[in-house]
Design a protein around this ligand. Structure first.
Ligand code: AGP
Length: 372
């Protein structure tokens, strides 16, 4: 009913709008007054966490994209090797797991059969399993050693939005917590990022306030067949997520690529007026990455692409090559997906509406996939 949708036409719109609160709720009570993390609910002892020598993350769909981003955060802040695998592929390749492996299973519903089977396999090999889940008391947290709940609230729309942002928050918390417990040379950076996380809900809110041009752009592309998405580093999984949203909702051919892979094949797809969304990393800090993606944008534009550039405020280097420019607030590099994903959700939702599709219940899809 309209009341359930809180005045919005679709649950998806409501859930996109709820993201600042979902993010803030997922952080609530987990950062103490001194700026340290307290994750008491993660009932795996610091001693066990200090002995871990590898992290493996399993998930499906959007949760898998959160896992890909988590890998960057975990490896950077903990120096632990981290593998990420589609849950449906995981157990069939006889993965190397033991008691020193921490397996993280990410699932909004907590009922995804592929993810459940992957975590059962991991536990049989003696690994500890930590679930990141949005549904209290669901099967995946019940069968795990510990759970860190995301506090997105119920997500009704089939296309995941607020659950994804809160999965990212939970992944950052786990990465930072592992760094804190194990002690790394990034102590100062970890403290600074914890501070930045505390104010990130405001940045998400800020993005939501600037989405009208994105909706307009989406409507103007309603007759297109294909949209490509490019990113590097944590922008690459964001590109994959943007493409998944468009497939699910707009039933368009949409593909995400690591921008550095372009020249190894996908650049052949570029033709006159093809819309290409590019997620640009911050020009600060890791500026090599930024410069590389700016040349990627130049390359595709020279071949006729219509460039839709998502870039940080104050990033002037992209301006000459952007046919459409979507600004996002300045954030630490690893946290950028929390703000960069939002325009892609709005874009897909508006394109689906413009094409006359059912936004909350896309064809052929179910909210939770309880078969393998
Ligand atoms: C997301 O928009 C999808 N509907 C889908 O990929 C989903 O993320 C996937 O099926 C995993 O679901 P889960 O998080 O409930 O395990």
């Amino acid at each position: 009913s309209a009341a359930e949708k809180g005045g919005y036409d679709y649950f998806m719109l409501k859930e996109i709008a709820e993201q600042p609160k979902a993010v803030a709720d997922t952080l609530l009570g987990r950062i103490d007054g001194s700026g340290s993390l307290t994750l008491d609910e993660v009932r795996i002892s610091p001693r066990v966490l200090r002995e871990i020598d590898k992290v493996v993350i399993v998930a499906c769909g959007t949760a898998f994209h959160a896992a890909m981003i988590a890998k960057y955060a975990i490896e950077h802040w903990t120096r632990l090797p981290c593998e990420v695998e589609l849950a449906s592929e995981f157990r069939y390749r006889d993965p190397i797991l033991d008691a020193q492996t921490l397996v993280i299973a990410i699932s909004q519903s907590g009922e995804t059969m592929d993810t459940l089977m992957a975590l059962r396999h991991a536990r049989e090999q003696g690994s500890k399993v930590l679930a990141i889940c949005n549904t209290n008391g669901s099967t995946i947290p019940r069968e795990s050693d510990a759970v860190l709940y995301t506090h997105a609230g119920p997500e009704v729309a089939v296309a995941s939005t607020k659950a994804f942002l809160t999965q990212l928050v939970a992944c950052y918390l786990v990465a930072l917590y592992l760094g804190q417990v194990r002690g790394t040379k990034w102590g100062d950076e970890i403290r600074a990022v914890i501070r930045d996380l505390s104010s990130i809900a405001g940045a998400v809110e800020q993005v939501l306030g600037t989405m009208e041009p994105v909706r307009e752009l989406a409507r103007s592309l309603a007759a297109k067949d294909t949209v490509l998405f490019l990113g590097r580093h944590v922008g690459y999984p964001v590109a994959l997520e943007g493409a998944l949203k468009l497939k699910e909702l707009a039933y368009m051919h949409a593909e995400g690529f690591a921008a550095g892979e372009l020249k190894h094949g996908p650049i052949a797809l570029i033709e006159e007026d093809l819309p290409v969304v590019v997620v640009v990393p911050s020009p600060r800090g890791r500026s090599v990455l930024h410069d590389k993606i700016v040349s990627n944008i130049q390359e595709i534009r020279a071949r006729g692409a219509r460039t839709i550039v998502i870039a940080e405020e104050g990033d002037e280097a992209v301006v000459p090559y952007a046919d459409h420019l979507i600004r996002i607030p300045v954030t630490p590099t690893l946290l950028q997906p929390l703000v960069a994903t939002v325009p892609l959700q709005v874009f897909a939702c508006e394109l689906a509406t413009a094409r006359g599709n059912e936004v909350d219940q896309p064809r052929n899809l179910a909210k939770s996939v309880t078969v393998e």
